[in-house]
Write a protein that binds this ligand. Structure first.
Ligand code: NAD
Length: 448
């Protein structure tokens, strides 16, 4: 099948490349010329495990092309809209990229093609997009919603082995075409779900908001553990072995970030407000998360405030990890931003080490927060500890999980670890003579 993928971000690039891998003839289109040039040169503009190999293979096999123009739409059977839908300044989903892409698509559309909204869009958006396309083409077309559920960090794997594929449509022929497109990915019996466009749009937000709620829930439990002496690691095991609860998305941390949960939670709150409903649980999910993003700083401040003469001015702190999660270079809405701002605004400096995301983080701090002074990128995780007053783990990269604690202690000025991801065994860390702080873990020292 001939596929055009509009937008080559985390979703568009992975989806387009995977569709090529299963035999479709794919052209990925983006207005970002630099990105497209990189891709034409066979280089991925993003870090995603397994993506480079797939890119290379499918470009070589001539199944995957990259363009800045929309010519391929003229012959495409299915055109996917995978552009960004970020928050606007009110928190609503900003549909301007989607609307603009829809207009370009409409002007190149052939008769009876399927236009697929893959971006996450508020319930009802397909009607807006349909109207835009209809006003720019005389041709018949089918509009489908096919929300994407891949996770950054395991995007290729998730796309290739989806739990389910959701197809929102109002036309049997369009559904059949989508079934054919996805057929190689559902051989294990994972379902393709047929539903209305409205339900498909809604399903994506319901899924993300539920997952965000699980994270806020466990973060609140962790805080309560901190105040009572229970240990969230034990509590987590205690509840996640209950099949009704399950183990996923129940890891406490410094607050969720990324390009999806924060914006989707906000957007759903707005959607509900617009129809007169106050989503109490989802509002609380967001409120808890906003607080959680400051929790690491509270712990750092409490530790150092034991010395009444302590000042953050000129002190250096080390961040291991700045990506919003492991295995990605994405730093959008990462909780490392909040912590960095808290420290920098008090005159501290930070040394960051992240295997993939350091440069994106520095760029984001500079572009969006006008803050760059005081942040240094260090290319070796142990060198990042030199002259530092404390190690702070912000991302659960595997390479941080079994470090050489003697080396850490030798490099730090003060033997203190603030573990934002609960990576370490408490007894082991304490046996090296560190002060140790985590999220909801029982630490004998802090209770003595
Ligand atoms: P992104 O910001 O990484 O990429 C969007 C791309 O679209 C950019 O490269 C941009 O240049 C391009 N673009 C914008 N306007 C265009 C136009 N008119 N024509 C062609 N290209 C254009 O976004 P993303 O993270 O891939 O997210 C895309 C959508 O998928 C969003 O709605 C998001 O909510 C949803 N989603 C994202 C994830 C994720 O993990 N990132 C997962 C599931 C769903």
């Amino acid at each position: 099948m001939k596929v055009s993928m509009i937008g080559t971000g985390y979703v568009g690039l992975v989806s387009g490349t995977c569709f090529a891998e299963i035999g479709h003839d794919v052209t990925c289109i983006d207005i970002d010329e630099k990105k497209i040039q990189m891709l034409k040169d066979g280089k991925s503009p993003i870090y995603e495990p397994g993506l480079n190999e797939l890119l290379e293979r499918n470009i070589k096999a001539n199944r995957l092309q990259f363009q800045t123009h929309y010519d391929s739409v003229k012959t495409a059977d299915a055109i996917f809209l995978g552009v960004g839908t970020p928050s606007d300044n009110t928190g609503r989903a900003d549909l301007r990229y989607l609307k603009s892409a829809a207009e370009f698509v409409a002007k190149n559309l052939k008769n009876h093609s399927v236009v697929v909204i893959k971006s996450t869009v508020p319930v009802g958006t397909h009607k807006v997009i349909e109207t835009i396309i209809r006003s720019h083409t005389p041709h018949e077309f089918f509009l489908v919603n096919n929300p994407e559920f891949l996770k950054e960090g395991s995007a290729v794997e998730d796309f290739m082995r989806p739990d389910r594929v959701i197809i929102g449509h109002n036309n049997a022929k369009a559904f059949q075409m989508m079934e054919e497109l996805y057929a190689p990915l559902v051989r294990q019996g994972n379902p393709i779900l047929s539903m209305s466009n409205l339900s498909a749009e809604m399903s994506k937000y319901a899924a993300n908001c539920f997952l965000a709620t699980k994270i806020s829930f466990i973060n609140e439990m962790a805080k309560l553990c901190d105040l009572t002496g229970a240990d969230i690691t034990e509590v987590r095991k205690g509840i996640s072995t209950d099949k009704r609860i399950g183990p996923h998305f129940l890891y406490p941390g410094p607050g969720y970030g990324g390009s999806c949960f924060p914006k989707d939670v906000k957007a759903l709150i707005h959607t509900a407000n617009d129809v007169g409903l106050n989503l109490k649980i989802i509002n609380a999910t967001e409120e808890v998360n906003e607080e959680q993003k400051h929790y690491m700083f509270t712990k750092i401040k409490t530790h150092f405030s034991k010395d009444p003469n302590f000042s953050f001015e000129g002190k250096i702190f080390t961040f291991w990890g700045v990506a919003f999660k492991a295995n990605t270079d994405d730093v959008r809405e990462t909780s490392a931003i909040t912590l960095a701002k808290e420290l920098l605004s008090r005159g501290a400096k930070i040394q960051i080490y992240d295997p993939e995301a350091s440069h994106n983080f520095l760029r984001l701090m500079n572009d969006e927060h006008a803050l760059k002074e005081g942040i240094s990128i260090i290319v070796n995780k142990y060198d990042a500890l030199n002259n530092s007053h404390g190690l702070i783990t912000m991302t659960e990269w595997r390479e941080f999980t079994s470090p050489d604690f003697s080396e850490i202690k030798n490099r730090l000025r003060e033997p203190v670890i603030f573990d934002g991801r609960n990576l370490y065994d408490t007894q082991k860390v304490l046996s090296f003579g560190f002060h140790y702080y985590a999220i909801g873990k029982f630490i004998p020292m802090s209770h003595s």
